[in-house]
Write a protein that binds this ligand. Structure first.
Ligand code: COA
Length: 159
């Protein structure tokens, strides 16, 4: 069973293990470049969770016995100047294309809407077919603000 929940300070180690387990390709796509400092990345994802306009969602695989395993994460931050939320997302390689990404995006939208945010945006490499596919399926549209390398898309949240 997959459960989506908000990350908290006790998740740094679990998130670090999760980032370590990602393939280099998935990790590079998630962080739009090579990053090996997974402990720092995990700490960054958790650092602002007490900020009212930032949150990190975790997708966890719950087993009947034993601890839950993180199989996905979404980091959300509200940009007050641009008046929209930004997000970045990843799903563990073996669980990709099983609906976990869409589940997290849906949960993120609900949470952002509850915070009173009206728009969510994100950016990804033009070559990132899976992120482009996920964004399209979730109802995001190309804003035209990208460049030859990246695509920028956004979605207005209904309240
Ligand atoms: C992008 C990512 C998070 C998608 O998560 P996911 O759990 O695999 O996505 P879902 O299973 O929920 O798929 C939802 C839709 O996205 C699209 N999609 C997902 N993977 C795709 C792929 N490889 N090619 C094309 N479309 C794809 C499809 O429309 C899919 O719906 P469908 O399966 O009914 O056709 C995942 O592929 C990932 O972690 N990629 C590496 C990290 C990354 O690129 N992050 C984005 C930059 S922040």
């Amino acid at each position: 069973m997959v459960r989506i929940r908000t990350a908290n300070a006790s998740d740094v180690e679990g998130l670090s293990i999760y980032f370590t387990g990602l393939s280099a390709t998935t990790r590079n796509k998630r962080f739009m470049g090579a990053r090996a400092d997974v402990a720092l990345l995990a700490a960054e994802c958790i650092a602002k969770v007490s900020h009212p306009n930032h949150f990190t969602l975790l997708a966890e695989l719950r087993q009947e016995e034993g601890p839950s395993t993180i199989i996905g994460e979404t980091r959300y931050a509200y940009d007050a100047a641009a008046r929209h939320g930004d997000f970045a997302i990843s799903v563990a390689d073996v669980f990709q294309r099983t609906g976990v990404g869409l589940q997290m995006v849906t949960a993120m939208e609900r949470r952002a809407s509850d915070l009173g945010h009206e728009m969510i945006a994100a950016e990804t490499a033009r070559t990132n077919a899976e992120m482009r596919g996920l964004a399209k399926k979730a109802g995001f549209a190309d804003t035209g603000l990208g460049d030859w390398q990246s695509i920028h898309f956004a979605k207005r949240l209904s309240r």
